[in-house]
Design a protein. Structure first.
Length: 109
C-alpha cells in the first residue's frame, strides 16, 4: 500500500547569509486517493497539531513523499522525487490545492 509523508519547512538564512530549509514538522498519511487528497489531509492535521488556521504561519513550503508500507515499517519509494507545495499569495484558500501551487523539481531544470 502506498502512503504519503509530508514535511513542512521554514526557509531561513544562517549567520553567514546562506539559505536553508528548517523542518517544522512531519505528517504521515496512511491512506489517500491521490496526492492532492494526501496533501489536504496532511495540511489539516498539521494545522490541528499546531493549533493554527493556516499552515503557512509556521512553514513556507511542504514536501510530499510517496512511501511504501511493508508491515509496520515505511520505505521511501523515490527519495529524490518530492512534490513541492508552496504558498501562493495570488490564490485564495479553498481552491483545488487549497491555495497552494504545485511544482515538480524535474520541471525546474
Amino acid at each position: 500500500m502506498i502512503s504519503y509523508r509530508v514535511t513542512f519547512f521554514k526557509n531561513l538564512v544562517n549567520s553567514s547569509g546562506h539559505r536553508f530549509k528548517c523542518p517544522q514538522g512531519t505528517v504521515e498519511i496512511r491512506r489517500a486517493r491521490n496526492l492532492d487528497r494526501a496533501f489536504q489531509a496532511a495540511e489539516r492535521r498539521y494545522e490541528r497539531q499546531k493549533k493554527i488556521g493556516n499552515w503557512t504561519l509556521y512553514a513556507d513550503v511542504a514536501e510530499l513523499e510517496t512511501v511504501e508500507t511493508d508491515g509496520n515499517s515505511l520505505h521511501l519509494v523515490e527519495p529524490a522525487s518530492h512534490e513541492h507545495f508552496m504558498a501562493s499569495p495570488c490564490e485564495r484558500r479553498g481552491a483545488i490545492h487549497r491555495g497552494y501551487s504545485v511544482s515538480h523539481p524535474s520541471s525546474a531544470l
